[in-house]
Design a protein around this ligand. Sequence first.
Ligand SMILES: Nc1ncnc2c1ncn2[C@@H]1O[C@H](COP(=O)(O)OP(=O)(O)O)[C@@H](O)[C@H]1O
Ligand SMILES: Cc1ncc(COP(=O)(O)O)c(C=O)c1O
Length: 279
Amino acid sequence: MTSEKQQKKIAVINDLSGYGRCSLTVVIPILSALKIQCCPVPTSILSNHTGFPTYFFDDYTEKMPKYIEQWKKLDLSFDGIYSGFLGSEAQIQIVIDMIKEFSLPDTKVIIDPIMGDHGKAYETYTPLLCSRMKELVGYGDIVTPNLTEACILTGREYRKDGWKRAELIRMASEIQQMGPEEVVITGVTEGGFITNVVLQKDGTGHFLRSLRVGRERPGTGDVFSSIVAAQAVKGVPLTAGVKKAADFVKRCIIKSDQLNVPRENGVCFEELLSVLIRS
Ligand SMILES: Nc1ncnc2c1ncn2[C@@H]1O[C@H](COP(=O)(O)OP(=O)(O)O)[C@@H](O)[C@H]1O
Ligand SMILES: Cc1ncc(COP(=O)(O)O)c(C=O)c1O
């Protein structure tokens, strides 16, 4: 039997979106399937994700310090701290304080610098929040921007494709210079492939390609980064974690298309959770 001591736990700072499969409704089941205890800190509560034409958005900034205060009193610490969608610029400092407060020497900090997709920032992301995200990135061990977010972080103009590999490595290296040990730029189009650009601690770059399948769907970044975070706290090398995450997302997209899941409803990962449980 797995004792409390052996089981890993990750504090997950992310939003709760009631409909559309992203953020906490994705992260909690995926970490659980990978046998990791998920401890959520909500950054905001939404009726549904912001990709729908209408949504209710309740920013949780004021409540977070009181919530976290109780964790301090309980003297909690975590094997991983993983941050995703933030509700306001002030939350950057709250996350930085949490990293300082709840880390042990071996704690892995995974920052998914969620800001936008397809070359555009999400509606709730102000330019100030985007510019302060660079500060938070500096506290990560692993940072997982998509191509849009990598462009925002490094001040480049977004383009969908036609990126030279040397330029992608330069971009990852500029992000690494902000402080994180390792960087993964996700969702890079290379012909019929989708590539994850991995820059390791020692400066080695890898291009991990998968066949591009089906349609783009929201929430794939959350599925991907959850698996990368889980593998990292288990001590699995980053390239192996990225391969596992990319393979799972690909299977989820294929399944979602087979089941005619509407695009805005994300990926029906529930159908494939047993694959993760057995892995
Ligand atoms: N259509 C697709 N076909 C195959 N893999 C995909 C596809 N879309 C996403 N993925 C995988 O999921 C990862 C994360 O997706 P991405 O779209 O970059 O995230 P985000 O939601 O943060 O924009 C990609 O790097 C890739 O490995
Ligand atoms: C509220 C919210 N959280 C998280 C996300 C992130 O989703 P993804 O995994 O596609 O980056 C989105 C994207 O629309 C969102 O609206």
